[in-house]
Design a protein around this ligand. Sequence first.
Ligand SMILES: Cc1cc2nc3c(=O)[nH]c(=O)nc-3n(C[C@H](O)[C@H](O)[C@H](O)COP(=O)(O)OP(=O)(O)OC[C@H]3O[C@@H](n4cnc5c(N)ncnc54)[C@H](O)[C@@H]3O)c2cc1C
Length: 566
Amino acid sequence: MALQPHVLIVGAGPVGLTAALVLAEQGIPIRLIDSLPHRMNQSRAAIVHARTLELFERLGVVDAFLGEGLKAHGIHIMDLQGRTLMRPNLDSLPSAYNFLLAIGQDATERLLTEALAQRGWTIERGVTLTALTQTPNGVTATLTHADQGSEEVAVPYVLGCDGARSTVRHQLGLKLEGETLDVYWVTADVRMEWNQPADELVAIPGPDGFGFASPLPGGRWRVVVDMGQRPAVLPETVPLEEVQAACQRVGLRARLSDPVWISPFGVNTRLVPTLQVGRVFLAGDAAHVHSPVGGQGMNTGIQDAINLAWKLALVLKGRGTQELLHSYNHERHANARRLLNFVGPATRMVNLRQPVAVELRRLVMLAVSELGLTSLLARRVSELDVQYCDSPVVAEHRQTTAEWLQALAADQPHPGLGDCWDFHHGPHPGERAPDAQGLKEAAGQPKRLYEHWIGDGRHQLLAFAGRQPSPQRLAALQQLAQGIEHDFAGVIRARVVCQEAPSLPASSLIDAEGDAHRQYGARYECMYLIRPDAYVGFRAQAAEARPLREYLSRVLGAPTPAWRPA
Ligand SMILES: Cc1cc2nc3c(=O)[nH]c(=O)nc-3n(C[C@H](O)[C@H](O)[C@H](O)COP(=O)(O)OP(=O)(O)OC[C@H]3O[C@@H](n4cnc5c(N)ncnc54)[C@H](O)[C@@H]3O)c2cc1C
């Protein structure tokens, strides 16, 4: 690429590729390097979760994933005798992607690489970052080419997406802090002779270790099995007979054959103290590692990349503040800590061996199932409950009680108590923007809300008209939407959402069934600013320009010329 790169992305695993894709969509010149001469061909992280699929939909790549992956609808957690302990089902997840998508990481990387190529960007392979230094104005990286010596490159920003052994992290002097368990597990892609349905995962937390199997496209299964005490040095591989014996021991009773990949690994729960040092950021395994319980590793890394890339793109275009950029560390470090606080204990729990502890675990699982709490578990695992409610860059505006009473006394428009209650139960700032059914533009077919955002990397301002808006209020909402879209051209798409609106511009969204109004608690006029990563950035009841503009100037700032490397 002839353009001077604004961002150097180190590592073309799923995380680096996703960051590259988002930055490319935003028109930011990048360099994406990877030391491997060829794409990795192992299936590693073999589950893509609902939230990642929602975000892939927005990036316009989800259909390719659905075309190759296998849908699994739940997880059957059983005891050694095959009795059900819990059976969380994903069918009722509030997402168009109410399933787990089984697809190998090699396929994930291939599909992301193809999407990037369609946007005109390629990976520079055989290029390794060996050193970096930074000043307040930029970063200088030393890159070693497999065949032609080395070069120094100056860029405004570097993203370290270079995996668990990250050189970028070492160069920053940061460590992955946490613990390594005294066990080792093996992962194997094999054929299994058994009668389990191929659309459900199986997990057996038994007294003799943990066993897990998940279907893969093409008829194989991914097995993860506890091999016992961790040796001083992990073996390179393990014979199939030993994997078979371990499966028998933990209750995965099937004949294994035809392995294509067997890999032993240690179980870590570790996190860096910060994801940002000056102009250098860490994402994915470079920043956090943990056991595969819940299949969260790659999904979390991909969502790190998305969270960071849209913010960085805005800052590079002079349309985002440093506060916005710093919120990457705030939001995603807190998320990683929360994840480790879930996966760490969950891993310890599946690792229990003492008979009393094993019995207690069985009772806890049965209780969770009996109390109907498995849906919470499903939401957690699918990452639909990720939220940034305490982020410094999310906010809301509501009338104070005094303002409300004043409006009431003066007989001015104001929300009723029921309207306030509804709005209170809409998505809060920092929460996932709910998808909604049946929204159409004047000339189009009804689509889901998320479908209206495909391929659009801008913030989305939804100005809800509420029930029976007056013509004056509709006109005011339209004026507000037009003003914001004009002043934040290329950054915000603003639309009025109304239940019926014969006289509004064609770009307005008609919510004829009222699903979006219901999901967003919009009985009374209100507005939501949805970020490019589909979280609520700002909301207000009563769609007034002033509080929104105050928020925007704090987070997006005034337009300034973009930084250019000297
Ligand atoms: C054996 C195994 C099994 C796994 N199973 C699961 C699972 O079942 N579920 C799950 O969620 N996760 C699993 N994982 C973890 C999952 O693979 C990672 O979470 C995921 O790969 C993280 O993606 P990443 O892009 O951050 O890093 P990586 O995929 O590690 O990619 C990093 C890239 O950076 C490149 N690189 C490294 N250093 C440099 C450098 N100095 N210069 C240039 N390039 C560099 C590497 O070549 C690599 O391509 C597994 C991992 C392993 C190893």
